[in-house]
Design a protein around this ligand. Sequence first.
Ligand code: ADP
Ligand code: DAR
Length: 348
Amino acid sequence: MAKTQEYPMSIEDSSSLLAKHLTKEIFEKLRDKRTVNDYTLAQAINSGVQNPDSGTGVYAGDEQSYEMFAPLFDPIIYEYHGHSKEDKHQSDLNPANLKAPNPDKEGKYILSTRIRVARNIQGLPLGPAIDKAKRENIEQDISNILCRSRGELAGTYYSLSNMSEADRLSLITDHFLFKAGDRFLQAAGLNQDWPSGRGIFHNTDKTFLVWINEEDQLRIISMQNGGDIQEVFTRLASAIDMLSSQVKFAYSDHLGYITSCPTNLGTAMRASVHIRLPNLSDNTQELEAIAKIYHLQIRGIHGEHSSSEDGVYDISNKRRLGITEVQCVQDMHDGVVALIKREQELAR
Ligand code: ADP
Ligand code: DAR
């Protein structure tokens, strides 16, 4: 693991938020600190040091990391989320407060809708600092709770350590199977003991999934074909309610739901559509201008750091902290309405 004793001069060539905010003074001040889980500054910055093309470049090993390394994390959180030390976070998972009629009832543009939240368990280290035994206990406890689900959420758990080849191929076909994290997650220590303690739960209809011990301890996912954003959010809210009644998740009034990557703090929610925009794909400046107005993030269709294909994009909310879950989904919905309107104008 990381052994940063000296200031990592290599980050001076990086454009990451780590490079921008880790001054030599802050480095000296934090270099020898360790959290209650023995997590160090060297571990927190290793991903950005090893990967100069990082956008953010830092990960927390536990909730205490955000306090102990605050001189580094606070300016990064402020720059990414616009959320200052004094700001409070609020949660609203009530679907009645969302106004999101299907923007594409004819199914011409939106291939699928997916809304996910990250959750980590109160009192346990986060992924970069947790040991094998604790990670396996999380898999055991959470998969047991999920396998007791009833009704629409009832389904099956597949452990990455011992799933059958047939199940593995089926999960790959459905694009449900997550692999060991990319080089950014690898350098953050999130692939330790892979694949032990990792697995996927999905319901019978394959519209509700939970990833266990990927980047966070839980990724709770609702997804379906088409653009019925309201239905996807309603299912997610009921799944979160079911789990929250049995598990205490790490949360603070200031940072919201605690996650290993600071970009996911707050709601820890990404609400996305895979949407076909052939005309806007020929006018990417317009696409980016609309995304900026509606706080949207544009990704490729095979996950973060992938590219769009055949004019199909992954469009999601960029804001996660300092706004509610309803507002995250409203951001995405309203942005998608604007994108479809412009796509139709260009088509004419
Ligand atoms: P996350 O959403 O957890 O931040 P990624 O962007 O890597 O992470 O997406 C995880 C997986 O979910 C990828 O395989 C991606 O293709 C898939 N995905 C994301 N959004 C959608 C969507 N709207 N419809 C179908 N699959 C999606
Ligand atoms: N590549 C890292 C990740 C930032 C956000 N994505 C997450 N957490 N999956 C970076 O610093 O750019």
